[in-house]
Design a protein around this ligand. Structure first.
Ligand code: GLN
Length: 304
C-alpha cells in the first residue's frame, strides 16, 4: 500500500475543511494557534514513517495524554484502578459533571476529564516526582528527550479550569480523590499541556499497535491483555460523546484532544495521527475526523 500517495491525496482534499470549527478558546493560549495548520503522520509496526503538512510541529496534546496516564496506572496497579473509575462510554461531553452525582463520584471512564483526574490522583500515591516521572515515561516511549510541558498552557488551565476544579472537589466529597486537590489538578493540567507533534504521537503510540511491545526497540510497555483493554477503551470512550460517529466513519480505536490532535491505532499494522486545531461542537478536530475518515475509506483498513 502506498501510504505516502494516500496521505498526499488526503492533504489535497482537506483544504476546504480547514476553516470549519472553533479553537478551544476556553484555554486562552489554544485560541492563538494558526487555524490552518494541518499535519498527518503514519508509522507502521515495521518502523516505516510517512508524513505530510505540519506533521513535525508540536501542539498541545490535551486529552490524548489520558491514554498515557492510564497506561502508567495499569502498569503500576493493574485492574485495581477499576474500583475508582468505570469503563463505559459517558454519552456526555468530556467536561460534564452530570453523571458524577448519580454515580456516587465514580467517573464513567478514564478518558473524560473526571476519569483522568481520578487517574492522576491514583498515580500521585506512588510517585515521588509525578511530573518528572510522567515526562520520563513519555520521553522514553517516544524516543525523544525534547518532549516537555507547556507551562503557559498549564497555568492558563489552572486559572480558568473551573469545571475541572468543581469536579475534583465533587469527587473528593465522595472520597474518590485522596490527595490534595491542588496537587491532583496541577498534575492533570500539566499532562494536558504536553507538546508533541503528529510524528511524536505515532512513535509514542506504537506499543498499542503491537500488543504492548514497542516494535522498534522491543521494550515491553504493557502486557498484551492490557494493550487490548486500552484499545477497546479508546474505541468505546476515546472521542467522548462522538465516539459512535468516529467508530462509524473511521472504524479504528482513537483518542482526541482539544488541541486538535487525534491518534488512531490499527492493531498489528500502524498508527496514524492528525492535527488540525479547529474543533467541532464535541471538542474533536473537524478536519482531523474528516482526514481519518478519508484514510480508512481510501485504504479499506479498519478493525472491521
Ligand atoms: N485540558 C482539557 C480540559 O481539562 C482537556 C480536554 C480535552 O482535550 N478534551 O478541559
Amino acid at each position: 500500500m502506498d501510504y505516502q500517495k494516500i496521505i498526499n491525496k488526503i492533504h489535497q482534499s482537506i483544504n476546504p475543511f480547514l476553516g470549519i470549527g472553533k479553537p478551544a478558546n476556553y484555554i486562552a493560549p489554544l485560541s492563538n494557534v494558526d487555524p490552518k495548520k494541518f499535519g498527518i503522520s503514519l508509522m507502521t509496526c515495521k518502523g516505516e514513517v510517512f508524513k505530510i503538512g505540519d506533521s513535525e510541529e508540536k501542539f498541545s496534546i490535551q486529552s490524548i495524554s489520558k491514554v498515557f496516564a492510564l497506561t502508567i496506572a495499569l502498569r503500576k496497579y493493574g485492574s485495581k484502578i477499576w474500583t475508582r473509575v468505570g469503563r463505559e462510554p459517558s454519552g456526555s461531553s468530556f467536561n460534564s459533571l452530570i453523571q458524577l452525582e448519580y454515580e456516587n463520584g465514580i467517573p464513567r471512564n478514564p478518558f473524560i476529564n473526571a476519569g483522568a483526574i481520578v487517574i492522576s490522583d491514583i498515580l500521585l500515591d506512588s510517585m515521588k516526582k509525578p511530573k518528572q516521572e510522567f515526562l520520563d515515561f513519555l520521553r522514553n516511549i517516544c524516543d525523544n528527550p525534547n518532549i516537555d510541558y507547556n507551562y503557559e498552557i498549564a497555568q492558563a488551565e489552572k486559572e480558568t479550569g473551573f469545571r475541572n476544579i468543581a469536579m475534583a472537589n465533587f469527587m473528593k466529597s465522595y472520597n474518590n480523590i485522596h490527595n490534595d486537590i491542588d496537587e491532583v489538578l496541577d498534575f492533570y493540567f500539566h499532562q494536558c499541556s504536553i507538546m508533541m507533534s503528529c510524528k511524536d504521537l505515532c512513535r509514542a503510540f506504537l506499543y498499542l499497535s503491537n500488543y504492548g511491545i514497542d516494535p522498534i526497540n522491543k521494550n515491553i510497555i504493557i502486557t498484551k491483555r492490557q494493550a487490548k483493554k486500552i484499545n477497546s477503551l479508546m474505541l468505546t470512550c476515546g472521542l467522548y460523546n462522538e465516539v459512535g460517529n468516529f467508530a462509524y466513519r473511521v472504524g479504528l480505536p482513537g483518542k482526541s484532544g482539544v488541541g486538535g490532535g487525534i491518534i488512531a491505532v490499527l492493531p498489528n499494522e500502524l498508527v496514524i495521527s492528525v492535527w488540525s486545531p479547529l474543533l467541532n461542537a464535541n471538542g474533536n478536530s473537524f478536519a482531523g475526523i474528516k482526514a481519518l475518515d478519508l484514510f480508512t475509506t481510501m485504504t479499506g483498513k479498519s478493525i472491521f
